[in-house]
Design a protein around this ligand. Structure first.
Ligand code: AQP
Length: 333
């Protein structure tokens, strides 16, 4: 009962990558015994960028299965689609009315995404942080595991919660960032100064969790490096090699120093192959489980139904409290 609550999510905006896995998903699996965890598939956030409907539906289901295949137990964690819990949209609207345009104007993700999607700068992209605040605050979340990129949004969620509480009393738990084992930030294999992203158009830039061994080896062989001929961690002078070291270290647990020693005097070809092999064996059990889950439609449907119902129960409790505080008339049954 007194376990703390953790909330996090991923967008089904494509096939998830080794970056999403090493930076987030792998770490989530270590939290499930100690905390009450909710892991959402944030399909409502995903549509802030234009999505193909068939693909979005498929990516959402794939992502849910990948959460489970990676080791998240759907009976211990609430794993669900954001769009199956209408309270997310309802609270987001309310919180929009407690969020200032000045605050939204400062969000760097909005500025970045406006540049990369200049043909579709929609209001949802702009108010994305209010929906994210709703996601978190609906579940009275104590802790949110966030990457550096989401820190600014979490800060805003905290400000909104505090603002609301200062007017209406203690309605929301004010969430804290979860500072756990730092998830590695994985960079693109083709442009190692840019993060690996599931929506990258260059298929050689990312490793997908479902890539087969031959594809993984091929992508690592093509990974951009340098001509310094030394396996050494230096993000500025050797971003490509440093990224491969980060991947290898996140999987094996080896320090950069020991990786440097292991590959001293060896060529980049050997190193790339070892990194590829480490990734292949890390992903193999996940891929097997994913295959089994894909074949068991009824099991996945049951999980979707049961978890949506648990999330709806918790979310509606907070939403009703908020509606009452702000003066919406009670529902007559
Ligand atoms: N390259 C990365 N390295 C480490 N962690 C990463 N995350 C994403 N990319 C990396 C972490 O994965 C979680 C899910 O993020 P998201 O789905 O909400 O969206 P995102 O961060 O925008 O991920 P992508 O892959 O870059 O998606 P698109 O291409 O759609 O924008 C987060 O915890 C994030 O930190």
């Amino acid at each position: 009962m007194d376990k703390k609550t953790i909330f996090s999510g991923m967008q089904p905006s494509g096939a998830i990558t080794l970056g999403n896995y090493l930076g987030a998903l792998k770490n989530w699996t270590t939290l499930q015994d100690e905390y009450n965890c909710l892991y959402c598939i944030v399909d409502m956030h995903a549509i802030t960028v234009r999505q193909d409907p068939t693909q979005l539906r498929q990516s959402s289901r794939n992502l849910l299965m990948q959460y489970i295949a990676a080791g998240l137990d759907p009976t211990k964690n609430i794993i669900y689609y954001q769009s199956h819990v209408p309270a997310h949209a309802e609270l987001a609207w309310i919180l929009n009315c407690y969020t200032y345009m000045g605050e939204l104007n400062r969000m760097t993700q909005f500025k970045d995404k406006s540049k990369s999607h200049s043909d579709n700068i929609n209001a949802g992209l702009y108010t994305y942080p209010a929906l994210m605040a709703a996601d978190i605050l609906l579940y009275q979340t104590d802790l949110v595991p966030v990457g550096v990129d989401q820190k600014q949004h979490l800060e805003l969620s905290r400000d909104i919660a505090q603002r609301f509480n200062s007017i209406y009393g203690d309605v929301f738990t004010v969430p804290e960032p979860y500072i756990g084992k730092v998830g590695a930030k994985i960079m693109s294999l083709q442009e190692p100064v840019k993060k690996m992203s599931k929506s990258d158009d260059d298929i050689n830039a990312t490793i997908n969790l479902t890539d087969d061994p031959a594809t993984i080896i091929r992508k690592f062989k093509r990974a951009v490096t340098d001509n310094l001929a030394q396996v050494k961690y230096d993000e500025i002078a050797q971003p490509g090699i440093s990224n491969l070291m980060a991947i290898y270290s996140a999987i094996t647990g080896d320090s950069y120093e020991s990786i440097q020693n292991e590959f001293e005097g060896k060529g980049y070809g050997d190193f790339k192959l070892r990194v590829a092999e480490a990734v292949i064996s890390e992903l193999e059990p996940l891929q097997q489980r994913y295959k089994q889950l894909s074949a068991d439609k009824n099991y996945i449907d049951t999980i979707i139904k049961e978890n949506a119902s648990k999330a709806n129960y918790l979310a509606t409790k907070t939403l009703r409290k908020v509606q009452k505080k702000i003066g919406f008339p009670p529902i007559v049954r």
